[in-house]
Structures are given as structure tokens and as C-alpha cells.
Ligand binder design. Structure first.
Ligand code: ATP
Length: 354
């Protein structure tokens, strides 16, 4: 008697060349996205890039100008939200205040005219799934924010939808609860095999939970890939920034490798033509060095911060670019002082310099 283990219960989802305009503002400029059954995709991007619009288009809360939206291969453009077989959770908890937790979760089943006993049983199961089996008789105001979002999740899942849409569901919660709940959302969606689209502007959150991340900017998807792919080969500086690769060091592609401050590094990603590029050096590939070390680059220490198990330091390179390094906490670069760094011989990604 569980809601889990219906293999293949997630639907395929496809957005094909979806365009949405508000007046003169193009919120979606031709979005293409394909989700396999059970896949968990995060839409990541800054405010106003079109994440919510994409999700609302998928849900049917918003119409689209052109393109198509397919759920299990069926075009749902003309299908109302309540017939699309989706569950939704929003940033605000949006529970009905005059109903108990159990009644809130039952709501969707009542709308579907499910008999009372059956309703109770299924709502109780859904509440147990989110760890709130003992809280059914409470009201929303008697729950913490994290608990309210769990109820919202139970309410979204109780009708056993095949697609789950989550719009910044964690952004109103404090950091610790946010991390706990995202892990739990991931576990539940995996157990149910439900196809999930998760909207967030928080890169750490997206990279931590998603099978694949679609990085959006100004109504377009800039790049889509696994977290590892985005981190290894960001397509451009915008994507690099969003996956936490903030160092952009000018280099020169020379015959399939990239030369950065005299150091030759293997080049990741698509073949690059010889010429000037921006390289995305990972903080873990920058080591503190001594003056006489081979390849030592003279730098100035800009800032250093203690991160618990490691330290993060920013250096200014001779070409005035900033580079972040990650190193042991007991190494203490002195802010403002000269120092030396060395680039580890690992592959880096690059994009053309304009
Ligand atoms: P946020 O994280 O701030 O919600 P977002 O990435 O979800 O941002 P959207 O809400 O999808 O972005 O908005 C995309 C663009 O469309 C924005 O420029 C926004 O101002 C505009 N927009 C969204 N909804 C409407 C609307 N109903 N009427 C007019 N413009 C809209």
C-alpha cells in the first residue's frame, strides 16, 4: 500500500520552439526542451529570463504564441491545466488556511469526486510520504514554512500526476531547511519515477538536485547538460558564471591546447581555432606556489575567506584578471601582499574572446 514503485509512471515532456510574447516583450524566444520519463530537470537563470513563463506554459496556466508542448507525445496546447496530468508547487505555500492539512491534501481528490474513504487513505499516504503523517489535523498556521511546503508537495502528488512542476519551491525557506527539503524532493520524485521540472535561480540548488540543468537567459536556453557537463565545458561566460566558474583568464589556443600565462593546458570541449580565448579555470585547479616553482605566476592577494574545510582566495593576475583558488585552511595568503600561484595540469574549457 504505497504510492511508489509504479515503474515508468513519469511521462515524457517536450517543448518545441515555444514562443511567448507579452506586448513587445518576448518572454520565451523559441524554447526546446525534452525530458525522458522520470527525469529531473532544473531551469536555472536570473530573474526575468523566462523560467516561470516556461513552467506556466507547460502547466497550461499560460497560453503560448507558437511552438508545441507535448506530454507523452500528445500536444496539450488546447488541454486545460486540470487535464494535463501535472502536479504543481509554488514558492508561496498557498495552503487553504481554513482547512486542516489532511483536507488540504484531499482537495484535488475531492475535485475529482473520489469517494471519501479512498480520499482519506490516499491523502494519508501522501502525507506519510512527505514525513507529515502525524500532522493531518493541524492547520497551516501551526506548521513551519518547510512543513507547509511538504504539505504543498503532498497535495501536488496525491492525484498521482505523471509530471511535477516546481516553481522556486524552496526560496522562502531558510538555508538548512532548504537543503533538507531539496534532498527529500529528489528522493520522492525518484521513488515515484515522476518527470520533474524545477525552476530556481540558485545555482547550487540546481546543480545539487537535477539530472540535467537548462541555463536560461533572456527567453532562451543557453546550454543544457548534466551538472558535470556544465561545469566541465560551459558554453560561454554566462553559463560559466552560473555554475560557479567565476574566473575568466585570457589565454591563447595553440594547436589544440590553451596557453595561459605561459602554461600549456589541455583544452576541453569542442575544438577551438587558434587564437585568443577566455579560459574558465576551476578554483580547485589553482594552487599556491613558491616563487621558484615551475610555472609560478606572480599575483596579488585580493581577498581570502574561510569556508570550513577549505579556504577560498581571490588573486589578481599580471593581466588584471581575477582568479579564484581553493586551498587548505592552514595556508594564509595575506590580503594585499604579493604571492605566487600555479595552474594545475588539468583540462580547462574556453570560449572565444571578443
Ligand atoms: P523570476 O525569477 O523573477 O520569476 P523568471 O525567470 O521566472 O523570473 P518570468 O517570470 O518568466 O521570468 O518573466 C519573463 C519575462 O516576461 C520578464 O521580463 C517578465 O517581466 C515578463 N512577464 C512575465 N509575465 C508577464 C505578464 N503577465 N505580463 C507582462 N510581462 C510579463
Amino acid at each position: 500500500r504505497t504510492m511508489t514503485a509504479e515503474p515508468g509512471s513519469g511521462a515524457t515532456v517536450a517543448l518545441r520552439n515555444v514562443v511567448k510574447t507579452y506586448g513587445s516583450m518576448q518572454a520565451l524566444s523559441g524554447i526546446d526542451l525534452e525530458l525522458a520519463p522520470g527525469e529531473f530537470i532544473a531551469l536555472l537563470g536570473p530573474s526575468g529570463c523566462g523560467k516561470t513563463t516556461a513552467l506556466r506554459a507547460l502547466s497550461g496556466l499560460e497560453t503560448i504564441d507558437s511552438g508545441s508542448i507535448l506530454i507523452d507525445g500528445v500536444d496539450v496546447a488546447a488541454t486545460p491545466t486540470n487535464k494535463r496530468d501535472i502536479g504543481m508547487v509554488f514558492q508561496s505555500y498557498s495552503l487553504f488556511p481554513h482547512m486542516t492539512v489532511l483536507e488540504n491534501v484531499e482537495f484535488g481528490l475531492r475535485m475529482r469526486k473520489v469517494a471519501k474513504a479512498d480520499r482519506r487513505e490516499r491523502a494519508t499516504e501522501a502525507l506519510e510520504m512527505v514525513g507529515l503523517g502525524a500532522h493531518g489535523e493541524r492547520f497551516a498556521h501551526q506548521l513551519s514554512g518547510g512543513q507547509q511546503q511538504r504539505v504543498a508537495l503532498a497535495r501536488a502528488l496525491v492525484t498521482r500526476p505523471r509530471v511535477l512542476l516546481l516553481d522556486e519551491p524552496l526560496s522562502a525557506l531558510d538555508a538548512k531547511v532548504r537543503v533538507q527539503l531539496r534532498e527529500e524532493i529528489r528522493r520522492i520524485t525518484r521513488d515515484l519515477g515522476i518527470t520533474t521540472v524545477f525552476v530556481t535561480h540558485d545555482q547550487e540548488e540546481a546543480l545539487a538536485v537535477a539530472d540535467r540543468v537548462a541555463v536560461m537567459r533572456a527567453g532562451r536556453i543557453e546550454q543544457i547538460g548534466t551538472p558535470e557537463e556544465l561545469y566541465a565545458t560551459p558554453a560561454n561566460p554566462f553559463v560559466a558564471d552560473f555554475v560557479g566558474l567565476t574566473s575568466r583568464v585570457p589565454g591563447e589556443v595553440v594547436d589544440g591546447a590553451v596557453v595561459v600565462h605561459g602554461v600549456r593546458l589541455p583544452l576541453l570541449g569542442e575544438h577551438q581555432e587558434n587564437g585568443p580565448v577566455l579560459t574558465y579555470i576551476r578554483p580547485e585547479d589553482v594552487a599556491l606556489a613558491a616563487k621558484d616553482d615551475p610555472g609560478a605566476i606572480p599575483v596579488t592577494v585580493v581577498s581570502t575567506s574561510f569556508l570550513g574545510s577549505l579556504r577560498r582566495t581571490h588573486f589578481l593576475l599580471p593581466d588584471e584578471s581575477l582568479i579564484a583558488a581553493q586551498h587548505a585552511v592552514d595556508e594564509h595568503p595575506v590580503v594585499g601582499a604579493p604571492a605566487f600561484v600555479r595552474l594545475k595540469q588539468s583540462a580547462v574549457a574556453a570560449s572565444p574572446r571578443s
